[in-house]
Ligand binder design. Structure first.
Ligand code: AMP
Length: 114
């Protein structure tokens, strides 16, 4: 997608603080962190929102979670706990329309989120 910020990060056209890469996914630090560790995990393929996930994307979406698991271990969060969340649509606070998991940790996290 030409006008997608995260597609530009995937392509290497915009710099990002990459922490993990797989064949299908990349993970990088959020530019405006909401916790001591705040990492975004995205598919290389452009999918705008959860509403746009196709049945054929099932394995790809699963790989976002296996990447989250590996990044959490890498960042030393696995034992203490962390949160993985995906916003869908403007009403939920989605501001970049390329699917992404937020991985947040390194502090206590209350529930429910705001
Ligand atoms: P959301 O609001 O759920 O769509 O999340 C988008 C996230 O992308 C926000 O937490 C932003 O801080 C983050 N973000 C926006 N631009 C960049 C960027 N260039 N590099 C890293 N994170 C970014």
């Amino acid at each position: 997608m030409i006008d997608c910020l995260f597609c530009k990060i995937v392509a290497g056209d915009i710099p990002a603080d990459l922490v993990h890469e797989t064949e299908d996914t990349i993970a990088f630090r959020d530019i405006n962190p909401q916790a001591p560790t705040h990492i975004l995990i995205i598919p290389r393929k452009h999918i705008a929102t959860i509403n746009d996930i196709a049945d054929e994307d099932r394995a790809l979406v699963g790989s976002l979670y296996t990447t989250a698991r590996d990044v959490a271990r890498q960042e030393g969060l696995a034992e203490a706990g962390y949160r993985v969340v995906m916003n869908c649509g403007e009403g939920a606070g989605q501001s970049v329309f390329h699917l992404h998991l937020h991985l947040l940790g390194g502090r206590g996290l209350s529930w429910p989120p705001g």
